[in-house]
Design a protein around this ligand. Sequence first.
Ligand code: MN
Length: 391
Amino acid sequence: MPTWVPGAAGTLFDVDNLPYGVFSLPGEGPRVGVRIGDHVLDLAPVAAAEMLDVHHVFQEGSLNALMAEGHRVRSSVRTWITGLLTEEPERDLVEPHLVPLADVTLHLPVEVADYVDFYASEHHASNVGRIFRPDAEPLLANWKHLPVGYHGRAGTVVASGTPVVRPSGQRRGDPAPTYGPSTRLDIEAELGFVVGVGSELGTAVPHDAFADHVFGVVGLNDWSARDIQAWEYVPLGPFLGKSFATSVSHWVTPLEALDAAWVDLPAQDPEPLPYLGPGQVQGLDIDVEVVVNGEVVSRPPYRTMYWSPAQMLAHMTVNGASLRTGDLFGSGTVSGPAEDQRGSLLEVGWGEESAFLDDGDEVTLRYTAPGTAGGRIALGDVVGRVEPARG
Ligand code: MN
């Protein structure tokens, strides 16, 4: 059934999308809303009026309480919201609680627990290998056996729109390292997966339990200072070159909205170990656009990734590390095989100094996917503008 919400039908935020976010109105506290067209539906008062069992989760300043409810509640809440927005008799109750997007402030949607970032694109990992180690094999020996990742900094995950201050740090120098504002500030266009339901310490999450634990997907920009990163990353991996900011979209797209977007990923060779799942792996057919100062510079396709989201989840828990509500894991830079499909400026400019970001530059990541109604849906944009280094 089409939605009765004015202007929403046929858009990228039609009733088959319904991403969740956290919004506030002037003078009021942040609470949970769902996006339909160019409006936010204020869920708390509608859920209270309809005496929904879980109405309290919409009064929170993050999605964590909603996400922790798990698969069954997630699915029944979505069915309830779909009814509110499509059934004409609901309109009198619901319409007063539709707020134009232009009137709200949007916030970081999730209280981030732990943040892990992977490196799951073979094209990205190979490109980076060729740029940094031109005389060696582009992929290291472990790369096709496990999804390589590192632990990032949860406390510096910020909402889309938050300015990004150029980081300062050490970089390689001759004869000695120097300190100063990064001269190679870059982006990484990624997807982020948000955990709703935690797991028990000491127990691995199997590769086929992805939908039991993951609530939804965000757009993610893993800002990276390549000069700081290049000097520090051996032997323990990225540290200050990435921990200064990670931007995520205001909207969390629930897994149900992406039911039609699952596709086979490229075949894996060699076959991974059994805990990473046998046979064909599945990813999401999400198209990404990287926009710098209003100009599209790249269109990375997520369907070309090597490691699947379910494999990343299985790998990050195989040692018994537990999941918590609000855990966030990034896919790694999404880069396809073609030159115009590269998800970082390091690759777009193939290491040229001029490709990196200047103060004042604005980067927007946009994402679309097939929707369940035959058209397309959008994930939330991820926007960030570079501010000059401080101090
Ligand atoms: Mn990354």
